[in-house]
Unconditional design. Structure first.
Length: 451
């Protein structure tokens, strides 16, 4: 059994049976049969059912949000957004089911066409930091493209995934088309990755685990999409609207208690405005409301687990210079908002993914120095650039090695635009107009017209 803890209280809120390798095998057999029927369903009918699924999720937004608060410690506002994002993803993907077009390619002596066919059964291994939306990133387009999905949620956050599977059946999706199997990674996760009838794995999580999954998929020439770690820069030039940059900085790395691959945890500030930036940032950090995630006024909740809390503590030396907010004492996995200053650019906290409410501030001299620091990490997922100079914004955007960059904002994820990383941050792209094609095979057919 998997024990689900409320991270804010450390109380057990549910126990869930953990799937075995045999459970995975039986689920795949059922999924194969369901997928064949689903692929034969008219695209308009698939789209209609997915829209009904979206409407059913919409009718249960508050229920799903409260589940997320209990199992993941997310603030209520964030949890409502996450449930709404699942709804929006299903709506958006449904529109693609009827527009999954091939091409007609000019060829002498006949007609050449391409056909996009579903892969089959898709294994989705979702993380605990954003259990609902990230599960939806793969599930919605995979279903729209005619595939079946088996979702293995993280051990600590299975409740919303299980409820989504119930809502899918309530909306009329065929039995066994979308299955949720909570379980441990080395058991259920490995069984899913290694199963010969699972055509593709979509994994979101740590870079180390992603590499192991990729190696297992390589042995079977199995497709894989990986969304892994990040250490994203927040680059503030001297010509930026400094007040706006400061106002946006706290939640750029404190959202979801810093448990976000896109968190802007490396704050790079041009030396000319470095001291003023810190003076403005201190009260902004100190005023962040940390507490009960079910309270509408709370801006930051707890970390997911004691293991994660100890990991974060390991990066912050007692008495290290910087800015600190406050966090509750007593039960729960609490860590205060923290900004470290005076670190070397290659210090562990400056280059490694902490996955907690901790950022570092590093000064830079000029544009070239900013780009050098921004790229001085193995990751390349996201980042922000603050400047009034449009030319500089374009130059730096082209120079920074990351998959998702924002200018004068920290927005990284939109379900209608592509998302993915460079280097150790992952492989492949999710979301956006091409999301469905990532779950298809391209078949080429040449028809001779010669007599």
């Amino acid at each position: 059994m998997l024990k689900v803890l409320n991270p804010a209280t450390e109380e057990v809120v549910a126990t869930v049976p953990a799937a075995t390798a045999a459970d995975v095998d039986r689920a795949v057999v059922r999924a194969v049969a369901a997928q064949r029927r689903w692929a034969a369903t008219a695209p308009a009918d698939r789209a209609r059912l997915l829209r009904r699924f979206a409407a059913t999720v919409d009718a249960h937004i508050e229920e799903l949000a409260l589940l997320e608060v209990r199992e993941a410690g997310h603030t209520l506002g964030n949890a409502r957004w996450e449930a709404g994002n699942v709804r929006d993803l299903l709506d958006y993907a449904a529109g693609g089911a009827e527009r999954l077009n091939g091409r007609q390619i000019p060829a002498p002596g006949g007609l050449d066409v391409t056909i996009l066919e579903p892969l089959g059964v898709i294994g989705v291994i979702a993380p605990w930091n954003f259990p609902m939306p990230i599960a939806g990133w793969a599930t919605a387009p995979a279903l729209a493209a005619g595939n079946a999905v088996i979702l293995k949620p993280a051990e600590t956050t299975p409740l919303t995934a299980l409820r989504l599977a119930e809502l899918a059946l309530e909306a009329g999706l065929p039995e066994d088309l979308f299955q949720v199997l909570p379980g441990e990674g080395p058991v259920a996760g490995d069984a899913l990755v290694e199963h010969p009838d699972v055509a593709k794995i979509v994994f979101t999580g740590s870079t180390g685990v992603g590499k192991r999954i990729m190696a297992k998929c390589a042995e079977r020439v199995k497709r894989v999409t990986l969304e892994l770690g990040g250490k994203s820069p927040n680059i503030v030039f001297a010509d930026a609207d400094l007040e706006a940059a400061v106002a946006a900085t706290p939640m750029s790395f404190l959202d979801n208690s810093g448990q976000d691959c896109c968190a802007r945890t490396r704050i790079l500030v041009q030396r000319d405005v470095h001291d003023r930036f810190l003076a403005l940032l201190a009260p902004a950090i100190e005023s962040v409301v940390v507490g009960d995630p079910s309270d509408e006024k709370t801006q930051m909740g707890p970390l997911i687990s004691r293991t994660q809390l100890e990991r974060v503590r390991g990066y912050v030396d007692e008495g290290a210079p910087g800015i600190r907010g406050t966090a509750p004492a007593g039960p729960g996995f609490w860590f205060p908002p923290t900004v470290l200053t005076g670190l070397a650019p290659d210090a562990p906290a400056a280059v490694e993914e902490i996955f907690g409410p901790v950022a570092v501030v590093l000064p830079f001299d000029d544009e070239a120095d900013a780009v050098r620091l921004a790229n001085a990490t193995e990751y390349g997922l996201s980042g922000s650039i603050w400047t009034r100079d449009v030319g500089r914004a374009l130059r730096v955007s082209q120079a920074v090695r990351a998959g998702n960059l924002s200018v004068n904002t920290h927005s990284s994820v939109r379900y209608w635009t592509p998302f993915g990383g460079y280097r150790q941050s992952g492989l492949g792209r999710e979301l956006g107009p091409d999301a469905l094609t990532a779950f298809t095979e391209t078949k080429n057919v040449f028809i001779s017209t010669e007599a």
